[in-house]
Design a protein around this ligand. Structure first.
Ligand SMILES: [Ca+2]
Ligand SMILES: [Ca+2]
Length: 212
């Protein structure tokens, strides 16, 4: 091959090699929107391989920018700040219930007063007062109060507090005095004299109150 022919071939190859670079340089000089459009066009029409190399663009001749193609999967590291192994904080301790045992069902409860002379024919306002002299609350369920003629009142479930006074009325409801009521249609406490007996749920004598 003649030297002139070789030079022409060399120039042709050189020119062919320069066309893509010139085209890309033109793209770089265009507006950002146009650049993005052309890049997308290249990416859509190119193979995966060319998508990696086509965006090699010299920006203003200052530096080579290598846009990132398809990012490789990065290793997933465990989230920081939440150690998988528990710290040395103590194990939670279950909160105990109030005292862990039921209230007393027996204790120091006294009959402290009997109002035996009520108004009206049947003296519905008669009452017996009992007081918890103990230092703990006491469950009165199934305790009994009776007069000398065995008119019996059986207490419902009720926690009488230390120092609390309750009344058992002959036939009146008074919630402020614990709400105990014989519900008797006739008077119970003889005005001439009587005896009140208080027993706990097991039948054990708790207190006796006698008036003339
Ligand atoms: Ca009476
Ligand atoms: Ca009586």
């Amino acid at each position: 091959m003649h030297a002139q022919t070789r030079r022409q071939v060399f120039l042709a190859i050189l020119l062919a090699a320069c066309i893509p670079l010139l085209l890309l340089q033109q793209v770089t000089d265009s507006s950002t929107a146009a650049q993005s459009t052309i890049f997308r066009s290249f990416a859509a029409s190119s193979t995966e391989q060319s998508r990696v190399y086509l965006p090699l663009v010299m920006r203003g001749g200052a530096a080579w920018s290598i846009p990132i193609g398809t990012p490789t999967a990065t290793e997933q590291l465990p989230a920081t700040g939440t150690p998988l192994i528990p710290t040395n904080s103590p194990m939670p301790i279950s909160t105990p219930t109030a005292t862990g045992k039921p209230p007393a069902t027996a204790g120091n409860v006294d009959i402290v007063n009997i109002f035996y002379d009520g108004a009206g024919i049947h003296e519905t306002g008669e009452y017996v007062e009992i007081k918890n002299l103990d230092v703990v609350e006491i469950q009165l369920a199934n305790w009994t109060l009776r007069d000398d003629a065995d008119n019996i009142f059986t207490f419902p479930a009720f926690l009488i507090q230390p120092g609390q006074t309750c009344r058992v009325y002959t036939n009146e409801d008074h919630a402020e005095w614990c709400g105990f009521n014989y519900g008797s249609n006739v008077e119970i406490w003889n005005n001439s004299g009587d005896k009140a007996t208080l027993r706990d749920a097991s039948g054990t004598l708790v207190d006796v109150y006698i008036y003339p």
